[in-house]
Write a protein that binds this ligand. Structure first.
Ligand SMILES: [Zn+2]
Length: 187
């Protein structure tokens, strides 16, 4: 997917993480964490998000939620999966977020050019043929991001487990412009 300009690899700053080649990617992450921890100071926060908001979004690597929404450490819960789909497990997290950790607002974010758009439920059949077992989960593939956001909003709104369903908003993030486009609920 990476088609953008390549920085001149290898030659520039040896400290740049993108140019390091020894070890596995996880080794690199662990090394960078050591630097992060050196500069880290305890923010003294508890687990309750400062902005009382939970954001459900696709796991897509092009969506930097904190940067895109101007969020700071401690501001929000971020719940991510393939597609930003509201599954039972997302409802589990939202329920804990609201009932145990005080969030009241929910933001749902899908995005353009999602990997799920190239899949269908055939993916499950293919898996079953390959491994001899059908997964219990749905692929939740979709072709219309707007419609899928509406469906996600509806799933959250109708959940019996949530305390607060009056501030639920849904968006599609454009991976080429960085902009959010709001999707209005179905009814
Ligand atoms: Zn996606």
């Amino acid at each position: 997917m990476s088609t953008s300009a390549q920085p001149s690899a290898e030659t520039d700053s040896p400290s740049s993480p993108a140019t390091r080649s020894e070890g596995t990617v996880t080794d690199r992450l662990v090394e960078l964490n050591a630097r992060y921890a050196e500069a880290f100071t305890d923010p003294g926060m508890d687990a309750r998000p400062v902005l009382h908001v939970a954001v459900v979004a696709c796991m897509d690597a092009r969506l930097d939620l904190h940067a895109a929404l101007g969020l700071e450490l401690g501001d929000c819960h971020t719940i991510r999966n393939a597609g930003g789909v509201v599954t039972d497990d997302v409802i589990r997290s939202l329920t804990i977020s609201q009932r145990a950790l005080g969030t009241r607002s929910i933001v749902l974010i899908h995005h353009t050019n999602c990997g799920l758009e190239s899949l269908t439920e055939d993916f499950r059949q293919e898996l079953e043929r390959e491994v001899g077992q059908r997964p219990v989960w749905s692929v939740e593939a979709y072709t219309d991001a707007d419609q899928d956001v509406r469906q996600s909003m509806q799933r959250v709104r109708t959940s019996p487990f949530l305390l607060h369903t009056d501030d639920i908003r849904g968006f599609v993030f454009d991976v080429t412009t960085g902009s959010l486009r709001e999707i209005l609920p179905a009814s």
